[in-house]
Each structure stands twice: as structure tokens, then as C-alpha cells.
Design a protein around this ligand. Structure first.
Ligand code: MG
Length: 418
């Protein structure tokens, strides 16, 4: 039997903000999407107040004031840098890591069978908390679908202390848990498939587990059939089978050998960006911004360096040329001479569906868009280290009214201990 762990940061964006502003602990906090549009991350206290995911800011502005809810503009430079730190730490706990999203990672712990995996999970959790300040929940199961469910159970029930291992649970207890959760909580089911499943009498996770897999394939898809089998402990879902489009696309790789030459880094970054853009076009999305990082090995090298930068795109784009230009300008900004680099990575961020984007945004020629990106980056350079806080255009800056500092990526914005 496999032991797959899913590690997920709790209320990720809000938790990042809390690390650097502890006054926000135990208070209702929301993080707003670009242009302070709508709620995209909520603290538990904000959830308890009934603020729903995706609620437009203008609709709960007054309510937030009354209830003392802190609303913050999104600070992707901070979140992506924190994400990178978490993922790097997690990579030390297993040789097999799959970064699923900005705040979620699968680790294959099968080879650690001799260990008490709940204890091991607690160690992971403690380490992440100590080194980054972020709270995580960990779910362990024999398939990815079960590890997702385990993570959900761990989050909802404090008695698990953040780590739930379904593999050591007896069958009756497991099925009782499954009967407590609605089928929409299953990975890949969500709100879109739940109504039809409900009509067929499949209400809880347990109902789906007991459903006839062949019948589910006929009624729905092979993907959902695999979900049913996975709930029964048969590992068969590859990540690409899950049809919900990714909100971020990450392409990162360690190099075959250490790289010192900038030209080689340029080639690597160009290739990663091309691949990420290709994947993004496949799922019919466009990116709002791009994150690039480079680093030396955290283990061996005497001289260590790691840095990353988030590049907001002036226009939503899925264009490889535009994205590569942004990535290379980012590289230019963070590259330092004289280090032996081990790894680089690209994240296309905050993806939205192309269908939702107004057509006129794409009527610009490529070179036009390209020039704007370049101009915007150059605009940032004049401000030198004010990079993160200044935003890309005045318009942008004005709308990010409640943005925190880039505590981890900008020397000018470090926290000062008095
Ligand atoms: Mg999360």
C-alpha cells in the first residue's frame, strides 16, 4: 500500500500576511484579488462571519468595517516567495515531491513505512511552522484522492492536530468519516458535478465510494470512475487527469550541473517559460503575472544565494514571447554574478479563463503588448529596490490600497526589530 501525503498551507495568503503582522492572529482577515476585486483568501474568523470565497469587495466593504475585518490587497511577491520556501523545505522530507499548486504539495512517503507517519507528519508541520511561520495541514492516504480527503478531515477536525493518516484508520471509522462529508468535498467533484450525483442518490463521500465504478463512467467520465476507484484505495489518478484548470502553472527544475553563466540561465528560463505557456494555452487560460526564482543549492554550496521576483503583466497574456520577455527581465533583476546556480523556476500566476476575458484586450499587436511589459519593468527599475511596493502602473498602485510589504524579497521592506 502506498502512503501519499498532501501538505496544504491553511488559508495560505492570509497566513502569509499573519507571519509578518502577528496582530492579525485570531482576527477576521481577507485577502482581495487583483485590483481589490473580491475575497480570495479568508481566515477562519472571516469564514465564520459568513464571508464567502469570491465575494466582491464592494459588497462587503461596509460589513467589513462593522465587524472589524481587515482586508488586504494581494501581495503575490510575498506569497510566491513564501510558497517557494515551503516547497523547498518539503522537498527534504521525501525524494518524491509533486508540487500541485502554490500552497499544496504531494509527498510520496511509501518508503518511510517503518516510521510512524503521523509523527513524521507532525515533524513536517513543526518544521514548516518554525522555519516559515506558516500553518499546514497534512493528509495521508493510499491514493491522491484519499490524501486530499485526509487533508480535508484534518483541517475540519482539531482532534487530529493537523495530521490525518487514513492508512492507519480502521475501515469502520474511515467510513464514518466519509459519511460525514458531502460528495462535493471529493477532489475533482466539486460543486459542478455534485448536483447530478445527488440526483442519483450519491450524497456523501461514502456514497461515492460505494457507487458502481462502471456506472459512474457511463454517466460521467473515466476521470470520475478513477475517483471512485481511488476512494477504494486503488491508485489510478494521475494529476493531469483532474480536469479543474490549475490556478498556477509551475515549471521548475534542478540543473544537471551547477550553472554560473548567465547565458545558460537565460536559456533555461526561456525553455521553462515556453513549456509553462504551452500548458497554459492547453487549458485555455491567460496569466495575470509571472514569478521567477533562481537559487544555489541549499545543501552543498559555500556561497548561497536565492531570489525571486513577481512580474505583473500589463495585459493578461498567454503569449510565449511576452511571457519570456517578462521572465528574462525578472532574471536580469535577480541574477547575481559569481554563484553556482542549481535551480530555476517559473510560475504563471492567477490564471483566468480566456473566455472570461474581453476580446479587445487581445486586439493589440504582440509587439505592442511586449513593449508595455518592457516599459513597465523598466519603470520599476528606476525605483530600484522599491520594486514590490510600487506596483506596475499608477492605476495598479492606487487599486492595491491595502498591500503589505515585500518582507522576504526586498531589503528596503524588511521588518525592523526595535
Ligand atoms: Mg491551502
Amino acid at each position: 500500500m502506498k502512503s501519499i501525503a498532501l501538505i496544504d498551507v491553511n488559508n495560505f495568503y492570509v497566513s502569509c500576511e499573519r507571519v509578518f503582522n502577528p496582530k492579525l492572529e485570531n482576527k477576521p482577515v481577507v485577502v482581495l484579488s487583483n485590483n481589490d476585486g473580491c475575497a480570495i483568501s479568508r481566515s477562519n474568523e472571516a469564514k465564520e462571519l459568513g464571508i464567502k470565497m469570491g465575494t466582491p469587495w464592494f459588497k462587503f466593504k461596509e460589513f467589513a468595517k462593522q465587524e472589524n475585518v481587515t482586508a488586504l490587497s494581494s501581495n503575490y511577491t510575498l506569497y510566491l516567495d513564501m510558497s517557494h520556501r515551503v516547497m523547498t523545505l518539503l522537498s527534504k522530507f521525501s525524494p518524491d515531491q509533486e508540487i500541485y499548486s502554490v500552497d499544496e504539495s504531494f509527498l510520496d512517503l511509501t518508503s518511510f513505512k517503518s516510521k510512524d507517519l503521523i509523527k513524521y507528519g507532525q515533524q513536517i508541520k513543526t518544521k514548516i511552522k518554525q522555519w516559515t511561520g506558516l500553518p499546514v495541514s497534512i493528509g495521508i492516504g493510499s491514493t491522491k484522492t484519499l490524501s486530499k480527503l485526509a487533508n480535508h478531515i484534518a483541517k475540519k477536525n482539531p482532534s487530529f492536530k493537523g495530521v490525518c493518516n487514513l492508512n492507519v484508520m480502521d475501515e469502520d471509522t474511515l467510513e464514518t468519516w466519509m459519511s460525514h462529508f458531502p460528495v462535493s468535498d471529493v477532489w475533482g467533484v466539486g460543486r459542478s458535478l455534485a448536483p447530478k450525483l445527488n440526483q442519483l442518490g450519491i450524497i456523501s463521500v461514502l456514497d461515492l465510494k460505494h457507487a458502481d465504478a462502471d456506472y459512474i463512467r457511463q454517466q460521467f467520465s473515466i476521470v470520475l470512475e478513477k475517483t471512485v476507484r481511488e476512494l477504494n484505495g486503488v491508485m489510478c489518478i494521475e494529476l493531469k487527469d483532474v480536469e479543474e484548470p490549475n490556478k498556477e502553472i509551475i515549471v521548475s527544475r534542478s540543473f544537471g550541473r551547477r550553472v554560473r553563466d548567465k547565458q545558460e540561465l537565460i536559456e533555461a528560463v526561456t525553455s521553462y517559460t515556453s513549456r509553462a505557456a504551452e500548458r497554459m494555452r492547453k487549458q485555455n487560460s491567460v496569466a495575470t503575472s509571472l514569478y521567477i526564482y533562481i537559487r544555489t543549492s541549499p545543501h552543498n554550496d559555500k556561497k548561497q544565494y536565492a531570489n525571486g521576483v513577481n512580474i505583473p503583466l500589463f495585459q493578461l497574456s498567454d503569449d510565449t514571447i511576452i511571457l519570456t520577455n517578462a521572465a528574462l527581465l525578472g532574471l536580469d533583476y535577480i541574477y547575481r554574478d559569481g554563484f553556482d546556480y542549481q535551480k530555476a523556476g517559473i510560475t504563471l500566476c492567477n490564471l483566468t479563463s480566456k473566455d472570461k476575458v474581453q476580446g479587445n484586450l487581445f486586439s493589440d499587436t504582440i509587439s505592442n503588448s511586449r513593449m508595455r511589459v518592457m516599459d513597465s519593468i523598466n519603470q520599476r527599475w528606476k525605483g530600484k529596490l522599491k520594486l514590490g511596493s510600487e506596483g506596475i502602473t499608477k492605476e495598479w498602485e492606487m487599486k492595491a490600497n491595502f498591500k503589505s510589504r515585500n518582507y522576504t524579497t526586498n531589503w528596503d521592506q524588511l521588518i525592523i526589530a526595535h
